[in-house]
Design a protein around this ligand. Sequence first.
Ligand code: 3PG
Length: 219
Amino acid sequence: MKTEYMNQNGFYEDLSATGVIPVVVLERVEDAVPMARALLDGGLPAAEVTFRTAAAADCIREMVEKCPDILVGAGTVVNVEQAKRAVEAGAKFIVSPGCDLETVDWCLEHEVNVMPGGVTPTEIMTLIARDVHVTKFFPANLYGGIPAMSALASVFVGHRFMPTGGVSAQNVGDYLSNPAIIAAGGTWMVKPDLFADGDFSRVQALAAEAAETVRAARG
Ligand code: 3PG
């Protein structure tokens, strides 16, 4: 496998520049475009649309077709079938909570950016052997947080993490200040109750606050 397969269209650079990746759970396709616009307007030009709802693939398709300026990927992808559906819908990256090698290999073979879960030394070594050098670290707060990622990065030099799980407006700046962390993901700015009434202004405001934290942490 070639390293550039993991970084189609400068994906890692975009990930790092965005800094915070909203982890989106959408039940209704009609919320997809307003969500994408609120995130873009707030200054977070990326969304990980999770395959936790039946609407996920259609939401990805809507965002990709109608909001070309946002980088849209699929999250909570647990098998190849979901990865295929996500890519067919236009997803530019695939995120998994864990390390399913069949899904990873399908993505690599099809030159699709993939960010599998890599938390333990064994998972990370298995992924490095496939030239995957960025992994999701989930659930970050329960698996040791920043000290755990720092310890792993000191052994697996050059490996970087996207922590999710327990990342919040309060602690995201600490995560982003650590060089082992390429970006942090979370749901705090896109919680369903924030836009249940169809008003996405709270999403936009929290996205703007997160974007400001990225600037403060990274300069
Ligand atoms: C994920 O999919 O990464 C997590 O659901 C995000 O966890 P959070 O809700 O604690 O941000």
